[in-house]
Ligand binder design. Structure first.
Ligand code: FES
Length: 85
């Protein structure tokens, strides 16, 4: 079993990653789609999806879930912004 979307707003990680490709930050994606602003259960999964580029994430428990909460969803943006053009 895996998670591939914010269920409250029916926004898939693939859609979030497309917005990421357009340069949107996690906060901007959240504002635009509503993800993570309902029940909040998806937030560690959304953070991890944006941090890693994964479109689907296995159900997380224990330490893995705690690590997902710590994932920097904008980490990819920072490295892209600092990359030479
Ligand atoms: S599943 Fe994303 S806010 Fe509820």
């Amino acid at each position: 079993m895996s998670v591939d979307r914010c269920v409250c707003f029916n926004v898939s990680f693939a859609e979030m990653l497309e917005l990421r490709e357009q340069g949107l930050t996690f906060a901007e994606i959240r504002d635009q789609t509503g993800c993570c602003s309902g029940c909040g259960m998806c937030q560690p999964y959304c953070r991890l999806a944006l941090a890693t580029g994964a479109e689907s994430i296995p159900i997380l428990r224990g330490r893995d879930l705690a690590r997902a909460w710590q994932a920097d969803p904008d980490a990819g943006l920072a490295s892209r912004e600092s990359a030479p053009t």
